[in-house]
Design a protein around this ligand. Sequence first.
Ligand SMILES: *[C@@H]1O[C@H](CO)[C@@H](O)[C@H](O)[C@H]1NC(C)=O
Ligand SMILES: *[C@@H]1O[C@H](CO)[C@@H](O)[C@H](O)[C@H]1NC(C)=O
Ligand SMILES: *[C@@H]1O[C@H](CO)[C@@H](O)[C@H](O)[C@H]1NC(C)=O
Ligand SMILES: *[C@@H]1O[C@H](CO)[C@@H](O)[C@H](O)[C@H]1NC(C)=O
Length: 524
Amino acid sequence: MALQKFPLVGLLLLLTIVVSTATADGPVCPPSTKLSRSSFPQGFLFGTATAAYQVEGAVNETCRGPALWDIFCKRYPKRCNNDHADVAVDFFHRYKEDIQLMKSLNTDAFRLSIAWTRIFPHGRKEKGVSQAGVQFYHNVIDELLRNGIIPFVTVFHWDTPQDLEDEYGGFLSERIVKDFREYADFVFQEYGGKVKNWITFNEPWVFAHAGYDVGKKAPGRCSSYVNAKCQDGRSGYEAYLVSHNLLNAHAEAFEAFKLCKQCIGGKVGIAHSPAWFEPHDLADSQDGSSINRALDFMLGWHLDTTMYGDYPQIMKDIVGHRLPTFTTEQKAKLKNSAHFVGLNYYTSTFSNHLEKPDYSKPRWKQDSLISWEPKNVNNYTIGSKPFTAALPVYAKGFRSLLKYIKDKYANPEIMIMENGYGDVLGATDSVEVGTADHNRKYYLQRHLLSMQEAICIDKVNVTGYFIWSLLDNFEWQDGYKNRFGLYYVDYKNNLTRHEKLSGKYYKEFLSEGVRPSMIKNDEL
Ligand SMILES: *[C@@H]1O[C@H](CO)[C@@H](O)[C@H](O)[C@H]1NC(C)=O
Ligand SMILES: *[C@@H]1O[C@H](CO)[C@@H](O)[C@H](O)[C@H]1NC(C)=O
Ligand SMILES: *[C@@H]1O[C@H](CO)[C@@H](O)[C@H](O)[C@H]1NC(C)=O
Ligand SMILES: *[C@@H]1O[C@H](CO)[C@@H](O)[C@H](O)[C@H]1NC(C)=O
C-alpha cells in the first residue's frame, strides 16, 4: 500500500515508462523512455476542459436567461463565497485569445459546454430561441476547427434555466425529461454536423448529491439534519428523484441523437465522477468489501443504468421504496444508451463500513453503508495533501479505478473528461505564487503516468484525456478562490491570463510524439 506521505516539491521524479509490444488484446503503446505524448497509443487525444457557467461571463448578453446558479448565488451569497459569474473569466469575449492558448499548449481537443440559457433563454423552444446565443457556439466551434482543435461538447453542465426551476422545480419533476430532449435535439441538429463527441450530462452524482442531498451546490436543497443552511429539501429522497429524471432525460436525448441525420458517426456519453476508495482498515474485511458497494452507489447508480437499463441491485435492496423504479419502456431506452464511459477523476478516500446507520435520518452516503474517512485506521492520509491543495492527491486510485471499470463493465471505451488539481492560495494568492504551481505539475505527471500504466499494462481502453481546466474559473461554492487552471487568471488586472508551470509542462509533454491531427486517417 502506497499510503505513506510523499514529499511533493523538490522530489526527483523517476517516471519509468513501461514498454509493451504490440498485442492483439489491447491498446498498443509505442516504446518510449520518457513520459510524453509519445508514450501513448497513436491517435490518443489530449485536451483541456471548461464549462459555460464557469468561464463565459457575459450573463446579460445574447438574451441569456437566468440560470439556477445565478439565483442561488444571489439568494445565498455566502454559499458562493460571495462571488458570482457575472464577469467570470469572460471566455465569451475572449474565446479567440483562449483558443490560441489551447493551440500553444499543443492540445488536440477542447471540452466546452453549451449554456442552455443562451439557446432557450426561458428553457423551452416555444418561449423563444436566442439566435445570438446559437451563433455564439457556432463561432466558438468554427474557431476551434479552424485551429485544428476537436470540440467535445457537454449539453448540460449544471446551469438549469431558472424558469424551469420556478415552473416545476427543474430536475425534481419528470417534466424536465421532455424539455431536456427538446433542447438536446436542438443542439444535436444545430451543431451535430461539426461536433462528433458529446456529453449529455456532467457528473450526475455531484449534481444530485451536492444539489439535493447535502445542499452544497445549487439549488442547495437538503434536510436540516444534514446541513443547517438548507431552507428546503429532503435528503435521502430528492437526489434519487433528480437522478431518475436525469437518466430518463439522457435516454431520450440519446434516442434523439440516433435519429439526427447529421450526427451520424458521432458519439454520446455521460461524464461520471467517482472517487476511488481504499479500505479504512486493511484487517477489516467489511471495509474491503464495502468498496464495491461504494462504487455501485457512486458510479453504478448512473453507469449500470445506462449500460444495463436499471440501477445496481444493491441500491434497490438498500434504498428500497425511496429509489424510483423505471418502466419497461424506460429500461429499454436506457440500456446501452452511451457510446463510451466519460470519467472525471480527482481524488480518493478511505471506505469504512458503517455499523450503525440511523434510519430516521436517511441520506445518500448513509444508504451506501459507508463512512468516508480522510484518514485510515493508522492515521495516514490517502496519498498526500499539500497545504493549499483542495483535495488529496492519489494517482494510484486513478489507475485502480480504470482497471475496475474495465473489469466490471466489459472493457468499454473510456475518455477522461476531467482530471486536475485545485489550489486555494488564500492570502498568498498572486500571479507569482499562482504560476509557480509545482504541485499541480506533479499531480499531472503522476496522473498521466498512472493512466499510461492503466492503458499499457492493464490494457484499459482509454482514448482521450482532458485537463480540468484551461483557465482558473468560477469554482461553484468556492467562487474564484479555488484555482484549477493551467493558466492563471488575474481577476484584479483585466482578467489577464498567465501561463503556469503546469501549462508549460503540458505543452512540453505534448510536443513530443505525433499529434493525431498529423496522422493520416488510414493509419488511425
Ligand atoms: C477502444 O474502443 C474503440 C471504440 O469502441 C474501439 O474502436 C477500439 O478498437 C478499442 N481499442 C481496443 C484496443 O480495444
Ligand atoms: C445583469 O442583469 C442583472 C439584472 O438586470 C443585473 O442585476 C446585473 O448587474 C447585470 N450584470 C451585468 C454584468 O451587467
Ligand atoms: C493522528 O495524527 C494527528 C496529527 O496529524 C495527531 O494529532 C493525532 O494524535 C494522531 N492520532 C492517532 C490516534 O495517532
Ligand atoms: C483587457 O484585455 C482585453 C483582452 O485581452 C484587451 O482587448 C483590452 O485591451 C484590455 N484592456 C486593458 C485596459 O488593458
